[in-house]
Design a protein around this ligand. Structure first.
Ligand SMILES: Cc1cc2nc3c(=O)[nH]c(=O)nc-3n(C[C@H](O)[C@H](O)[C@H](O)COP(=O)(O)O)c2cc1C
Length: 179
């Protein structure tokens, strides 16, 4: 992918944050490369500890590969019907403190989910438990080098479902000055 056009969203940042929901059903319409580029760029804009930027993203569009990965985890079945998957990985030789490696990768994951929503696509975060069967399947199928840790997967596409927005304000979770 060589293009580097600046995509814009017509959704302001607060609205995107408030209105984003996990979308697990997608239409057959493909996600074009400019849009994918804008999503990946959003991931690369995430803050990282000491600006080490340990993340790598594996983009998967091959339906066969998506289906093979989907089959490896019960709660990742929608990946088989997604138009693309993004596997967010961290290089543990670049960031050797696990808490920062995961924080950096998760910040990138959330940035991309917000970009997906802001571009009127839909996506869902799929968790990868360290040393789980899925973790090892991702390592094997994607031929990840030994120092590359898969931390999360995003399934995405054009949304084929609309989900209502729940009430998320919980005043008991907000503490001022002291607990
Ligand atoms: C760390 C993490 C792991 C998740 N793993 C999965 C998953 O494996 N499968 C899935 O369908 N959703 C997964 N989700 C999405 C959550 O189910 C979803 O964010 C939550 O239910 C709230 O819904 P919302 O995203 O629509 O606000 C995950 C989210 C996070 C943050």
């Amino acid at each position: 992918m060589t293009m580097n056009k600046t995509k814009r969203s017509d959704v302001d940042v607060l609205t995107a944050i408030r209105d984003r929901r996990s979308i697990r059903r997608y239409t057959s319409e493909p996600v074009d490369d400019d849009t994918l580029h804008a999503i990946l760029k959003s991931g690369l804009c995430a803050p990282t500890a000491m600006n080490r930027r340990p993340f790598h993203f594996v983009v998967i569009k091959n339906p066969e590969m998506l289906a093979q990965l989907a089959a490896g985890k019960k709660y990742a079945r929608m990946l088989a019907h997604a138009r693309a998957g993004i596997v967010i990985c961290g290089d543990n030789t670049v960031e050797d403190r696990p808490e920062h490696l995961f924080a950096d990768c998760y910040a990138a994951t959330q940035n991309m989910l917000l970009a997906i929503h802001g571009l009127h696509l839909g996506g869902v975060w799929l968790g990868v438990t360290v040393e789980s069967e899925w973790y090892h399947l991702l390592q094997e199928k994607l031929k990840l080098p030994a120092n590359i840790v898969p931390t999360a997967v995003i399934a995405l596409g054009h949304p084929a479902e609309e989900r209502p927005l729940p009430e998320t304000w919980e005043s008991e979770k907000i503490h001022y000055e002291t607990w």
